[in-house]
Design a protein around this ligand. Structure first.
Ligand code: F0G
Length: 454
């Protein structure tokens, strides 16, 4: 058996509660069958997300004690700026309170009505900020990205031919930037290759378009490049990370993901880009040396960025995910393959083949798994999609139940519990029924929306 090994020891623990199934059913009704609206007192294993839930290290917690509280010129900021220069290789850093704040500022600076932003695939908040400013997005993955049972190592690659076609059709003047997302979240945490990013760079240079790289899951993407891309098999994290960021004009990240802390940032080597974004930071986030983040979190972020260089840390989540994906797949459960990063992704389209997309199979599966196990996953399907300009539903390409495996949080026996419960649910899948909205917020409806069984 290919057992993943914890390369750390547990020194602080938090008690979990496994409440009776009757209470979980009540909690589902109280929370509108939406796992975002559950309270952690009812949740046993919280696999909603890795965002802000990765375990922090002893060194991160120690560093938090030296946070330098100052409105302007805090030493904590300079330590973070140095970490960004050392790890991401970019000279200028603009801090923001989290990843979507960077998306807001970048869209404010560059997107206007009629803009088109090509991307390998959308992320919910990135898309919402672009459409909010009157822009549109176009997704340019290769067809194999949508194949559930695949062995393609880089399903997050951007389709280069389509990219050039789109630029020719819409004209480079209407394309403020190309967005590349590391470890493409919504198709199952799937990486792109360095070679693909180089190819995107060549097209971007040919037409004079900026590349914006979403680095929120860059560490894991780099780790999978080391494992899967021939050219880098004897390389190291530091080289791969800098090679990738070096190909982008502007990088941004959610520190909640990349460094297990809070906050986020935008970084670039290009002075004119820095100047275009700089003015918006004090307006929306806070002064330029804190950007809405507490100095303690800034210290943790700096240490967390350096820890991203450590393969014994960064391998933890992907290795546990691989174990979970491969063992569920061996039991017949349809899983997104190959295993990616962030979490294991169950193909709800197949598990709930009896539930039409109009009744949200992935949302239904998320609710059912919580009911029978106390495991909280996240719907990543049509509920997470936004309606089009005319208000029509846009059905997701993939209906996924994401079971996040935050770094260094769960033990192998907990992962085995997930495997056991998900397997049971698969064998009893005809018990799962569809959902319909009873309360649908106009923006990012998946967060607070309420549903009920059909
Ligand atoms: N980009 C990616 C690829 C993300 O996964 C996220 C957040 C963001 C940007 C936004 O960052 O949350 O700090 O504002 N992903 C979380 C998730 C929410 O659960 O996948 P944020």
């Amino acid at each position: 058996e290919n057992i993943p090994l914890e390369l750390h020891k547990v020194r602080i623990v938090q008690k979990l509660h496994l409440v009776p199934i009757e209470r979980r059913l009540e909690a589902l009704y109280e929370g509108g069958f939406n796992t975002f609206r559950l309270s952690t007192k009812d949740v046993f294993l919280d696999m909603l997300t890795d965002s802000g839930t990765n375990a922090m290290s002893d060194n991160q917690l120690a560093a938090m004690m030296q946070g330098d509280d100052a409105y302007a010129g805090s030493q904590s900021f300079y330590r973070l700026e140095k970490a960004v220069q050392d790890v991401l290789g970019k000279k200028y850093l603009l801090p923001v309170h989290q990843g979507r704040a960077a998306e807001n500022i970048i869209a404010l600076a560059y997107v206007k009505k009629g803009s088109l932003v090509p991307m390998n695939y959308h992320f919910t908040t990135a898309m919402a900020h672009i459409t909010d400013k009157g822009g549109q997005i176009v997704e340019l993955l290769y067809d194999e990205a949508y194949v559930v049972n695949s062995d393609h190592p880089f399903k997050g690659n951007m389709n280069i031919e389509k990219l050039e076609e789109v630029i020719k059709r819409h004209s480079a003047a209407n394309i403020p930037f190309i967005r590349m997302e590391a470890s493409t979240n919504l198709i199952g945490g799937q990486p792109f290759s360095v070679q693909n990013l180089r190819d995107v760079r060549a097209i971007a240079d040919k037409y004079g378009i900026r590349i914006v790289l979403d680095c929120s899951l860059l560490g894991e993407n780099a780790y999978l490049v080391l494992k899967r891309e021939e050219e880098f098999k004897n390389s190291d994290m530091a080289t791969v990370l800098k090679t990738m960021t070096g190909l982008a004009d502007l990088c941004y990240f959610s520190a909640r993901k990349i460094s297990s802390s809070r906050g986020g940032g935008m970084c670039t080597d290009r002075l004119e880009i820095m100047k275009e974004l700089e003015a918006l930071v004090p307006l929306y986030e806070g002064f330029l040396t804190y950007g809405g983040i507490s100095v303690r979190e800034i210290e943790a972020m700096a240490v967390g960025l350096y820890e991203t260089l450590d393969e014994t840390m960064i391998c933890q989540s992907p290795n546990f995910i691989k174990y979970l994906v491969d063992s569920l797949y061996a039991k017949g459960v349809p899983m997104i393959k190959p295993a990616g990063v962030l979490g294991a992704h169950v193909d709800a389209m197949q598990v709930c083949a009896h539930i039409p997309q109009t009744e949200y199979p992935a949302g239904a599966l998320a609710a059912a798994l919580f009911l029978i196990s106390g495991i909280r996953g996240m719907e990543r399907g049509s509920i997470s999609n936004q309606r089009d300009e005319e208000g029509n539903e846009t059905y997701a390409d993939m209906e996924l139940l994401r079971l996040a495996v935050p770094r260094r949080v769960f033990t192998l026996s907990q992962i085995k519990y997930v495997e056991d419960r998900m397997h049971w649910l698969y064998d009893n899948r005809e018990l799962i029924g569809g959902l319909r909205f009873v309360y649908e917020p106009p923006v990012l409806r998946f967060f607070m929306g309420g549903l009920e069984p059909t």
